[in-house]
Ligand binder design. Sequence first.
Ligand SMILES: Cc1ncc(COP(=O)(O)O)c(C=O)c1O
Length: 391
Amino acid sequence: MPVSYGEELHRLREDGLFRSMKRIEGGQGPRVMLEGREVVHLCSNNYLGLADHPGLKEAAIRATEKYGVGTGASRLVSGTMELHVALEKRLARFKGTECALVFNSGYAANTGVIPALVGKGDVVFSDRLNHASIVDGCLLSRARMVRYPHRDTAALRRLLDEHRGDGRCVIVTDGVFSMDGDLAPLADLVAIKNEYGALLMVDDAHGTGVLGATGRGTAEHFSVMSGVDIHMGTLGKALGCFGAFVAASAELVEYLVNRARTFIFSTSLPPSVLASAHAALDIVDSTEGGALRARLNRHADFMREALRKAGFDTLGSRTQIIPLLIGGAEKTMTFSSALCEAGLYIQGIRPPTVPTGGSRLRCTLMATHAEEELARVLEAVVRVGRRLGLV
Ligand SMILES: Cc1ncc(COP(=O)(O)O)c(C=O)c1O
């Protein structure tokens, strides 16, 4: 039977699930030009505003001048550059582990690391709301994937009991859930993984640089840094650059160099990115970084509480990711478009990114938003929400 992609596209449109990219002008700042109009940008993961920080740009330019723009091949083939080594040492120090290994993206890290850790005959326990790249990593691994109810450690224990003795066992969770902004119960997960002799991998794409007293992430927030076996983090969100990393024991990192296919079979990150990520970590560790984190948290607390008071369901958010649950896909996109008319860029998130009936706006804040600007954002979201009968 001939395949009709057109029909599939038609169905997506009919179901309100068709996706297209909006063209913006300018960088990932707090304001951007969207289709010819200036809007407040409330859907970037550039949480600390580092994506256009002068220190990061300077580092990228200097590295490009010294080393050029490309790395030529996978590091196992064309050699590992001093910039790779320096960044990995810095990342290991940042996460308090023996070693670290950079990957070309968070997606590549999850789809490389999980299949390296488990295979046929093993079990991977994955929170039901984990990011798609974790799900894909689990599927690629060919291990049995057991999805446990969101943040439900009692259910996880029952499932671990059911699968006792079924080969190697890994528990994997987002630290900050990317579409809900809530946190994994990491202290309980560490206790459970110790009790069951499992490995615990935490994808802290949205916590790294942001959470914890010094920005080490969700594990620092819960004071369990050393209880996590594999810290995965991204360089493209709060750190403002691109790429990802895994921080773990020297043995595990050596193993991943030999077994993680997305590391082995892919050209490595370029000098500009390695140098700017290194500069980003130095900023996160500086007084400036502390001030940016504090400002981001103030913004997030203000906005989350005010939206809740106005009647929006912000789910379990405790972070700078603030969902506004709407339910239906079409209604969500109508709200997003109406907000765009009012000068706010807040993306609608629909299935399959979120479960059916769980469509929402995903509002994300940056330290670089101005306080007065956020007061205006709040007023507009509530006004438009009321007009559409959503609150
Ligand atoms: C929790 C989580 N993990 C992994 C990723 C993938 O990271 P990257 O964008 O670097 O591929 C994302 C990105 O959106 C994410 O939210």
